[in-house]
Write a protein that binds this ligand. Sequence first.
Ligand SMILES: Nc1ncnc2c1ncn2[C@@H]1O[C@H](COP(=O)(O)OP(=O)(O)OP(=O)(O)O)[C@@H](O)[C@H]1O
Ligand SMILES: [Mg+2]
Length: 448
Amino acid sequence: MSGKNHEPAGQEPGAPRIAPADEERALDPAPGAQIKALKEAHSLERARFASLLEISAVLSSTLNQPRLLEVILEATNKLTRTGASSILLIDPQTNSLYFEATSNIAHRQIERIEVPLEGSIAGWVVQHRKPRIIEEVSDASEFTVSAKTDSLLTFSTDSVLAVPLMIKGKVIGVLEALNKQDRQPFTAEDVEALEAMATQAAVAIENARLFQQSDFISEMVHELRTPLMALVALSELLTRPDLPADQREEFAQTIQREAKRLSEMTSSFLELSRLESGRVKLKCEPIDLRGIIQETITVQRQQATERGINIEVDLPAELPPMVGDAGRIKQVLLNLISNAIKYNRPNGTIAVSAEHKDETIQVCVRDSGRGIPSDAIKNLFTRFYRVPDTEGYTAGTGLGLSIAQRIVQQHGGRIWVESELEKGTRFCFTLPLEAVGRPEPLRLDEHL
Ligand SMILES: Nc1ncnc2c1ncn2[C@@H]1O[C@H](COP(=O)(O)OP(=O)(O)OP(=O)(O)O)[C@@H](O)[C@H]1O
Ligand SMILES: [Mg+2]
């Protein structure tokens, strides 16, 4: 290890404290300069303490994960006077360490980049459960991963202070402060302040995770309860010996319908919770979007014909080559087309089109249905939302569009809706030809 790089928390209790740069300067024999330096150090510490208090209040009151991460990154830069910072978290399922957020790079660029535990500074911190300072990353030959990450992110790391994010002795991730201002060395105060902040940040991150989970679980339980209660009540009625045969038949059919709905709901819940956790990997490969659209229509045509609905298809003879997750794109189309059938009028029409626009393909599904009231439009992509009175005439979970939106966004595209009451609705989504927004996790070792 380079002489400049040290392990601050590796010191035994009572061992001499690493003299911060400010204090070293304070040992200057000139008394005036000494007092000035001490005063400066004192006011710096006061400012730092005030920042810590302020940050701690914000951290404990923020449950929105993206905002929370932003606050932590800003605070890290402020507390340690660094130019950039990163948060890496451990995926509880796979135990792998990955970039969750950085202060200077667009979120999309770093998302899901996995960092190996061996050969990385963050990995060292996870394994040793203590802070680490590297003053000259280029000198630290044991950490080959930093250079790789830098080249991948087109960023240059000079110095790093990394501290573990821990809850009850368990490491959940790493907080890194990068590039101290004016290439000053990191001080013991930097370490202390960042560790103090990391303790609170870890709790706040965990709370936000739990909150997200519990929010979703309670919504899910609520939604499952209604069909389950119906099933219990109906099956009880079925056991009555005096029940007329026609009613028995009717109840049996309702039970079947509700059970089918429950089973669809549970699959949708699972799908959405996977997508929302951000851990879903798209299986991106070259796809034939034209073929996918045609296959999806073939699957649904029967259902449409039963209601006298005609599906028109308007596709260019050829679409440019593109990359995406065929199965998931099909899922988006299936929901849009099944909605266009479900919410259409009898003998209505549906038009499915695709066109090449700039660097994207835009797909639209238009129907001649009942339309969507303008005040409902803003809620359409919210999970479990169904336009009031929809429930009365057709079954559904209200999850289809949330799932579709997640999938489109994961591909780096967008989805939107235009609708006119009593005239019809048009849902469109775009998919970029290349540079799929959130591809398979990038593995650093594969990039070299
Ligand atoms: N083409 C459409 N025309 C009119 N209303 C629509 C249309 N598509 C969706 N909606 C409204 O938006 C709501 C949400 O749609 P979404 O696809 O998310 O759920 P769903 O169709 O109710 O259930 P699921 O797709 O999970 O079976 C629907 O309940 C319906 O009220
Ligand atoms: Mg639907």
